[in-house]
Structures are given as structure tokens and as C-alpha cells.
Design a protein around this ligand. Structure first.
Ligand code: WAQ
Ligand code: MG
Length: 272
């Protein structure tokens, strides 16, 4: 395995975006040193071609060098799992966590309804996330078909190895969990973001989560029915006069290398 320090080696952002019949199919974002790029690029092409929702008809890879001065480091949120009987119970539980974090009940409900019907205007999946006013529920992202795509973040090799080992011990070491943890870590760094809600658009992946600055990354074993292709993400922002452009700029462009993992907790059963 390659060992690098973000401070001493040139770090690149590698992004993949695949479309199928004009719609979003698959995306991924990694940070890597030069020697890793070829292997990672091949793995991302393979991933785009093997997606459960279809076969890519366009795959775009973007590689950009980052200036080491701009790369900040960070820690993953703590993780725990709430076991729910079915997706309805899961959404009720997730709603409770969102409200607890400061999202209005109306905004939380509307976000769930949008994810359930396909948050892009035609009812499809968005490439990125909805950005939602935590009080009014208004959609704030400039392009509601694309959404806000969080990018330029990854785990350091050491943090990745530690995370895989610890998630493995819990029986949940898969790319969905690892990537969602890294994404949530970046989202929770944004001043004013009080919560994130997510469930996958992959038909065979029904677990989703709510992440908040105080509760951390809370997984709900079911947030959608098996076979459902609609999914996505919502970031809830307390606006308080904040500059929307700066929020989006940070999410899309500020490089973040996670070098510390959080606590990994066990499973609790939701009693409703
Ligand atoms: N930035 C913003 N939105 C994104 C990004 C990103 N980098 N990546 C994905 N999304 C949005 C987009 O609308 C996708 O359609 C949607 O999220 C779902 O993405 O703990 O696998 O990669 O067991 O399908 C969460 C639970 C899994 C993991 C989430 O999402 C666990 C998942 P997917
Ligand atoms: Mg997906």
C-alpha cells in the first residue's frame, strides 16, 4: 500500500460521473497520489459499467491536482445503527432525529416526500443533493436537477484501513457505508448545516441515515422498500443570512482528507 502525507506529496482529486439515457447513473469522488490514479480510474470505470441501475452510456473522469496548502484534514462522525421493522418505521424514526436536530417537521416531511417521488424535476434521481431551508423547507440549490455535488474528499490510507477493519468487525464494511461516512463528515463541517438525510438510489440498498452535528451518523436499517430506485440526499441549512454561494463552494470544492475515524457503535432497536 502507498503511504502518503497530504502535506508532502501532490494530491489529485479524481471524480467520476456516469449517465444512462441522459440521467444520472453513478458518481464517485476520491483523492489520490499520482501512482494511484491509474488503478483508481480503472476501478471507477468498472463501477460505472457494473451499476445495478443500468449500463453507463457516458462516463466522465476528471483528474485535477490540488494545491497541498488547501487540503484540510478532519474526523469521521461517530456511527451507530437503529434497527427498524420496515421502511415506514425507519422514516418515522429518521423524522424524529431530524426534528431533534432543528429541522422543522414540515421541512423534514417535504424532503422525504421529494426523495420518495424522485427529487429531480422529472421524478428521476439527482446527481447531487437537495439543499433545503431547515425552517421553511424551501429548496435552495440553484439547479434542482443536478443538486449540490459534494466532492474532493476521501480517507487517508491509514484511516481507510482502520475504518475497514472496524466496520468489518461490525459486519458493515461496504462502499456505501464508507463513502457515506466521508460525505457526511464534510457536510457536517459546514456552518449552518443542521442535518443530512440520505437513502440510496440503488434498488438493492435499503439502509439510509441521518447525520447531525450532535447525534453523528445514525443509520436506519430500512428507509425505503427493496427494489425502489428513487433515492437521494437532503442537506438542511439554517440560513441565518448565510452566503449560499459560500456553502455550495465549500461542499463542491474544498478538499478534505479524513485522517481520523469516529467511534463505531452498535445496534439499538427502535421502539417507536
Ligand atoms: N454529493 C451530493 N449528493 C450525492 C453525492 C455527492 N457526492 N453522491 C451521491 N449523492 C446523492 C445522489 O442524489 C445519489 O443519487 C444519492 O445521493 C444516493 O447516492 O450506512 O449508497 O451513492 O449503510 O446511491 C447510505 C447508507 C447509502 C449507508 C447511500 O448513496 C449505510 C448511498 P448513493
Ligand atoms: Mg447510487
Amino acid at each position: 500500500m502507498l503511504i502518503f502525507s497530504a502535506m508532502s506529496r501532490k494530491l489529485y482529486s479524481l471524480r467520476m460521473h456516469a449517465t444512462c439515457e441522459g440521467g444520472h447513473l453513478s458518481g464517485a469522488e476520491r483523492l489520490a497520489v499520482g501512482e494511484e490514479l491509474e488503478g483508481l480510474a480503472a476501478a471507477l470505470v468498472r463501477r460505472a459499467l457494473g451499476h445495478p441501475k443500468g449500463t453507463a452510456d457516458a462516463i466522465r473522469l476528471t483528474v485535477e491536482a490540488l494545491s497541498s496548502a488547501e487540503v484540510r484534514t478532519g474526523r469521521l462522525p461517530d456511527l451507530r445503527t437503529v434497527a427498524v421493522a420496515d421502511w415506514r418505521a425507519g422514516r418515522a424514526a429518521a423524522l424524529r432525529y431530524l426534528v431533534e436536530a432543528g429541522v422543522s417537521r414540515g421541512a423534514a416531511r417535504e424532503a422525504m416526500e421529494a426523495l420518495a417521488r424522485g427529487a429531480a424535476p422529472g421524478g428521476g434521481s439527482m446527481r447531487g443533493a437537495m439543499l433545503i431551508d431547515a425552517e421553511s423547507g424551501a429548496r435552495l440549490e440553484p439547479d434542482p436537477a443536478r443538486g449540490v455535488r459534494v466532492s474532493r474528499m476521501d480517507l487517508s490510507p491509514k484511516a481507510r484501513a482502520e475504518l475497514q477493519q472496524k466496520l468489518g468487525a461490525l459486519g458493515i464494511d461496504n462502499a456505501h457505508v464508507r463513502e457515506a461516512l466521508v460525505l457526511a463528515a464534510k457536510v457536517l463541517l459546514v456552518p449552518g448545516i443542521v442535518a443530512e438525510l440520505c437513502w440510496s438510489d440503488d434498488p438493492d440498498y435499503t439502509t439510509g441515515y441521518v447525520a447531525t452535528p450532535t447525534a453523528g451518523y445514525v443509520r436506519f436499517t430500512e428507509l425505503k422498500p427493496l427494489g425502489e430506485e428513487r433515492g437521494g440526499r437532503a442537506f438542511f441549512l439554517k440560513r441565518d443570512g448565510r452566503d449560499l454561494g459560500a456553502v455550495i463552494e465549500f461542499l463542491e470544492r474544498a478538499p478534505l482528507l479524513i485522517d481520523e475515524i469516529g467511534d463505531l457503535g452498535g445496534v439499538t432497536v427502535w421502539e417507536g
